[in-house]
Design a protein around this ligand. Structure first.
Ligand code: NAD
Ligand code: LMR
Length: 326
């Protein structure tokens, strides 16, 4: 399934042993927003996190003051742009998660957000490249298919680009797929082992049921945008998905082996798509291996063809824009 997503998070390398210090500073950029707040809450509850730095152009100190009363070990601090707030947020961050930017309203596509969000993501990426150049960056801001290439180009300009540490957060596609499939199968979503790639999910469905399922996963975002009637897009399920992705990364950073997530990363799978969402093996330094998508059927092959063509355009759009709007 093809989607665009961008979030930034940063982590340092730690040894996984009985003396794990869990000294990981995480920065959330756009922390006072619909995704930022519940995501920050979930990260406050994550035992891998030692310091949570929250940044937003509005409201982050209040969110920080609220969360810092929660009885877990991590510290929380909220910053605005004044008094070098962005630099203080990013200094020492090992994971940077970026949900900053505008969400869709009914009738808009994710690509309609490009005009506003491209420059927001560019500016935050510039700050991250300067203040925490080795951090893992998790991009949530839409359109992810274009915002991730923008971050890559910014990091290249600063000569600090490490493709293993840049992730577009596409976990919500998988979260949705597990839930929707489990509704049809009357199963536990947690037991559903699915893969959502730049356009693929494992299944035993066929005919109209398969069409409906694929469409629902691909357009799950529209379902939420319509239901919210102009008040934004998915925030709570997205916060859950981003927290899941961040936790997987933190686990891998801590030395846990066998951690696999679907994510939109630099990829050699298809020459026209420098970035692609597929299963990624995570390690202490980020992406260890991009898995091959495996055997797919004719139905999936057709979807993939459409996806690749569209995705290539989205990636190029981000690259062309940043070249002209540096
Ligand atoms: P929101 O409007 O509720 O929150 C966005 C926050 O970003 C606001 O608090 C705003 O003040 C802040 N912000 C704006 N410019 C900023 C800047 N320059 N620096 C720091 N913060 C800034 O929106 P939301 O519902 O939280 O969605 C945020 C983004 O995430 C949207 O682009 C949306 O499309 C995207 N999204 C992605 C996925 C995904 O699967 N990747 C899912 C849902 C939403
Ligand atoms: C989603 O899939 O919910 C997000 O990408 C937000 C959107 O605009 O649909």
């Amino acid at each position: 399934m093809m989607f665009s997503r961008l979030a930034v998070a940063s982590i340092t390398k730690r040894q996984f042993s009985h003396t794990v210090s869990n000294a990981t500073k995480i920065a959330v950029l756009g922390a006072a927003g619909g995704i930022g707040q519940p995501l920050s809450l979930l990260l406050k509850l994550n035992p891998f996190v030692s310091d949570l730095a929250l940044y937003d152009i509005h409201g982050a100190p209040g969110v920080g003051a609220d969360l810092c009363h929660i009885d877990t070990k991590s510290t929380v601090k909220g910053y605005l742009s004044e008094y070098d707030g962005l630099q203080k947020t990013l200094d020492g961050a090992e994971v940077v998660v970026i949900p900053a930017g505008v969400p869709r309203k009914p009738g808009m596509t994710r690509d309609d957000l490009f005009k506003t969000n491209a420059s927001i993501v560019r500016d935050l990426a510039k700050a991250a490249a300067q203040h925490c150049p080795t951090a893992h960056i998790l991009v949530i801001s839409n359109p992810v298919n274009s915002t991730v290439p923008i971050v890559a180009e910014v990091f290249k300009k600063f000569k600090v680009y490490d493709p293993k540490k840049l992730f577009g957060v596409t976990t919500l596609d998988l979260v949705r797929a597990r839930r929707f499939v489990s509704e049809l199968r009357e199963s536990d979503p947690a037991s559903e082992e699915l893969i959502v790639i730049g356009g693929h999910s494992g299944h035993n469905f066929e005919g109209q049921e398969l069409d409906n399922l694929c469409k629902r996963v691909q357009f799950g975002g529209d379902e939420v945008v319509r239901a919210k009637g102009g008040a934004g897009s998915a925030t709570l399920s997205m916060a859950h998905a981003a927290a899941q992705m961040t936790n997987s990364l933190l686990e891998a950073m801590s030395g846990k082996s066998g951690v696999v997530q679907c994510s939109f990363v630099q990829s050699d799978l298809y020459p026209e798509c420098a970035f692609f969402s597929s299963q990624v093996e995570l390690g202490q330094d980020g992406v260890e291996k991009v898995r091959d998508i495996g055997k797919i059927n004719e139905y999936e092959e057709n979807m993939l063809k459409v996806c690749r063509a569209e995705l290539a355009k989205n990636i190029e759009k981000g690259k062309t824009w940043i070249a002209a709007n540096w």
